[in-house]
Design a protein around this ligand. Structure first.
Ligand code: ATP
Ligand code: MG
Length: 495
């Protein structure tokens, strides 16, 4: 999968732009996370798409912190994002940017719109703005402030910036069309008053640009050619285009794709934050979390995640990908790369009654059956071993081919053994010890007389095994689609 330049609708658009020289021969993308949470597997998809395109087209991809909302953003998130994108294997060189670094320029753009009569200061509060906006069926109404003079608008906006007005009392709105079929075009708010401390600009600003205003201008400032985002921004595209056209500045092409939904988990940052804050998980990097840091802690590799993202592809249709597809991706990689070891999780003792007491021997075990270059290792065999409890049944059910009285199995890399009897706890009836005999002629695991066994089981030597901690994770949600709960009920409750 890696590096195969499989095409998709985004790449077809780029190919066409290259053919027509829309942006010359340049391809420049960006990944713009909002630092208000840790990155999850959905972000990994977006990262692989934008960085992958830059890689395959010899272009560039920026990492940009979309930090225009002072409330929810934290340095911890910025740091985790940097770590996770790098860990995934992508490089933005020196192009790590912050939307907040553009606040001066974005403010200038707002002034420009005011001066050209395309933005005005509006005194309606949030509720009134909503009320005036109309609905899909009914057009909106003009704000009473829509026809303020340029001078008044400039002076009011300046006073907003200076902190003369309380939060929410005034906004700056783009003057577009209150009857537009695109509700987003009905004079959207582009600046709001927020007397909030920002993690980078500190207390310099008390007016902040809205996402739609800041985002397209940031793309433009960075010379982005293809601004790739998820489908929910499709509705915002007319506004993205309007702002850039009316400012007359470099105009990237926005392209939307369907976001990743994964079964048995949620991918909304709001919900993930809830799990963290309510301590339902250990933290953002809890191995059961669908975050990149969670998968990393769980033992996933960057390649497995990148392969998964390539495999699921890019489309415009929403769907839920099974968690099993992701699990298969890591299994496939580890199968090729991970050195094997034998471990017994729920042990029961086996005594080989015809094996000399005190004797041990070293047997050769293959380190990775998928990779001969991984070589072999020595494992110690002796009279007393542990096997998995589940690998023995005193009364075997049909089709149970592992160990049971009178049956012969192979101990991996060792010998054929045949069960003679077992000892049970008189109170509980639980099997505490299994007795077997071994066939010395089957050393290494093959019978010279060609006889076959139907099962091979793993084992450890009781006298040589070391204790280990094994962590077994179950999915965090039992339900396939935890987001699918009736109105008013809680995604965290058991179905
Ligand atoms: P949420 O909706 O949970 O708050 P978000 O989309 O607002 O998440 P951002 O930090 O703004 O999170 O996302 C950065 C980029 O990652 C955006 O371009 C967004 O489209 C993309 N992205 C977010 N979630 C997914 C997803 N599930 N699948 C693919 N891309 C995603
Ligand atoms: Mg977002």
């Amino acid at each position: 999968m890696e590096n195969t330049k499989t095409t998709n609708f985004i790449r077809e658009i780029i190919d066409e732009h290259l053919r027509t020289n829309r942006f010359g021969q340049k391809v420049h993308t960006r990944f713009p996370p909002e630092p208000n949470g840790y990155l999850h597997i959905g972000h990994a998809k977006a990262i692989c798409i934008s960085f992958g395109i830059a890689r395959d087209y010899n272009g560039l991809c920026n990492l940009r912190m979309d930090d225009t909302n002072p409330e929810k953003e934290e340095v911890e998130y910025v740091n985790s994002i940097i770590e996770d994108v790098r860990w995934l294997g992508f490089d933005w060189q020196e192009r790590l940017f912050y939307a907040s670094d553009y606040f001066d320029k974005i403010y200038e753009c707002a002034l420009q719109l005011i001066r050209t009569g395309k933005a005005y200061v509006c005194d309606l509060d949030g509720d009134r703005i909503r009320e005036y906006r109309g609905t899909i069926k009914a057009p909106g109404k003009n704000s009473p402030d829509r026809d303020r003079s340029v001078e008044d608008n400039l002076s009011l906006f300046e006073r907003m910036r200076k902190g003369e007005f309380p939060d929410g009392s005034r906004t700056l709105r783009a003057k577009i069309d209150m009857s537009s079929p695109h509700i987003i075009m009905r004079d959207p708010v582009i600046y709001r008053i927020k007397h909030d401390h920002h993690h980078r600009t500190l207390d310099k600003w008390c007016v902040y640009p809205m996402y739609d205003f800041a985002h397209c201008i940031s793309d433009s400032i960075e010379g982005i050619t293809h601004s790739i985002c998820t489908l929910e921004f499709e509705n915002n595209r007319p506004l993205y285009d309007w702002i850039l056209d009316n400012l007359g500045i470099h105009h990237p092409q926005q392209i939307e794709f369907a976001r990743l939904n994964l079964s048995h988990t949620v991918l909304s940052k709001r919900k993930l934050l809830q799990l963290v804050e309510e301590k339902l998980v250990e933290g953002w990097d809890d191995p059961r979390m669908p975050t990149i840091s969670g998968f990393r802690r769980r033992g996933y590799t960057p390649l497995a995640i990148r392969n998964f993202c390539d495999e699921i592809g890019v489309s415009k249709i929403d769907s839920i990908i099974e968690m099993a597809v992701l699990e298969n991706s890591i299994r496939e990689e580890l199968n090729k790369t991970a050195p094997r070891a034998m471990a017994v999780l729920r042990p029961v003792k086996v005594v080989i009654t015809n094996y000399p007491e005190g004797k041990t021997e070293e047997l050769d075990a293959v380190n990775n059956p998928e990779d001969p270059s991984a070589g072999t290792r020595k494992v110690t065999f002796g009279r007393e071993l542990y096997i998995e409890k589940d690998d023995f049944k005193e009364v075997p059910p049909p089709k149970f081919f592992r160990l049971s009285p009178g049956k012969e199995v192979r101990l991996r890399y060792a010998y054929f053994v045949k069960c003679t009897d077992c000892i049970k706890d008189p109170k509980t009836g639980e099997v505490t010890e299994i007795h077997c005999t071994y066939d010395p002629a089957t050393r290494g695991g093959d019978a010279p007389d060609g006889r076959k066994v139907k099962a091979t089981i793993h084992w450890v030597s009781a006298g040589h095994a070391v204790d280990g901690e094994v962590r077994i994770y179950e999915p965090l949600f039992t339900k396939r689609d935890p987001d699918d709960v009736p109105e008013g009920s809680d995604f965290r409750k058991k179905p």
